[in-house]
Design a protein around this ligand. Structure first.
Ligand code: LHQ
Length: 258
């Protein structure tokens, strides 16, 4: 259910249950976790690209997988505890950039997993839908935290409560995602970004992720202190010295990375 490709300095993970719009079943959850862990363990991996096979990006949880049989009660919180929450935490904490290339519909947890990535690119044909409310559920996988921060309370509440799909173009205009591109340009653009990250001062980028992770709950005062500490750490990394040297010598830097 997951395809992994190793490229020069980054990995591409493709959610691969196209006939179900790449909805998550247990096998896909397990395979994705394994693929993400493998990328993290590989020191030469300096970016991760996540996309979907076929016409969808991800339709969220496979609802056929979570149908209660008569007399049975499915405890949905367990699915979150077991799969989605660790996934979202992991994507945020990976010490390199994670790029989502949203090729088609991103629904439910599929939408929020995409939004949890550091950079979201979407094909013009893609749509984003907080489909949870249609089936009586609550936006999960960080949706109620991310949405108001990305697009403000007014739009976040409306999308969550109405489950209205929004186009990639609107998603870009609202600031939900970074960029909407022509369908054919999606993967080339995403790979270009990854190739750039494959030569980046990765340890420094990991510190940038740390700063953003702390920002929503910090006061400006505390965040200034954190920036000082992270900058001190960045300054000890040889990639900083290399970056400055390359700038002075008007040449391309040769960064070590992780
Ligand atoms: C699907 C699915 C799907 C199974 C399309 N499951 N088959 C966490 C905790 C624990 C449990 C519950 O969930 C969660 C988190 C969640 O993610 S909750 C939200 C779950 N997702 C949804 O509610 C979205 C359901 N899907 C849709 O609303 C539509 O399929 C969208 C809007 C994504 C796309 O619509 P269309 O482009 O019209 O495609 P389609 O509906 O015809 O789907 C194509 C096929 O994929 C179809 O199968 P079939 O055998 O009839 O061709 C669908 O049944 C299947 N599929 N999503 N989540």
């Amino acid at each position: 259910p997951i395809l992994t490709e190793q490229r020069d300095g980054y990995r591409v993970i493709t959610l691969n249950r196209p006939d179900k719009l790449n909805a998550f079943n247990d096998a896909m959850h397990a395979a994705l976790r394994e693929a993400v862990d493998a990328a993290e363990a590989d020191e030469t991996c300096r970016a991760l690209l996540i996309t979907g096979a076929g016409r969808g990006f991800c339709a969220g949880q496979d609802l056929a997988d979570r149908v209660a049989k008569p007399g049975e009660k499915i405890v949905l919180g367990v699915t979150l505890e077991q799969y989605y929450n660790p996934l979202v935490r992991k994507l945020r904490a990976l010490p390199f950039p994670v790029i989502a290339a949203v090729n088609g519909v991103a629904a439910g947890a599929g939408c929020n997993v995409a939004l949890a990535c550091d950079i979201v690119l979407a094909a013009r044909a893609a749509t984003f839908v907080q489909s949870f409310a249609r089936i009586g559920l609550v936006p999960d996988s960080g949706g109620t935290w991310l949405l108001p921060r990305l697009i403000g309370e007014a739009r976040a509440r409306a999308l969550a409560l109405t489950a209205e799909p929004i186009s990639a173009e609107k998603a870009e205009n609202w600031g939900l995602i970074y960029k909407c591109v022509d369908d054919a340009a999606l993967l080339p653009e995403a790979e270009k970004l990854c190739a750039q990250f494959a030569k980046a001062p990765t340890a420094g980028l990991a510190l940038i992720k740390q700063a953003f992770a702390a920002s929503p709950t910090n006061t400006l005062d505390a965040q200034l202190d954190l920036e000082r500490d992270l900058q001190r750490q960045a300054g000890f990394n040889p990639d900083y010295a290399e970056g400055v040297r390359a700038f002075m010598e008007k040449r391309k830097p040769n960064f070590i990375g992780r």
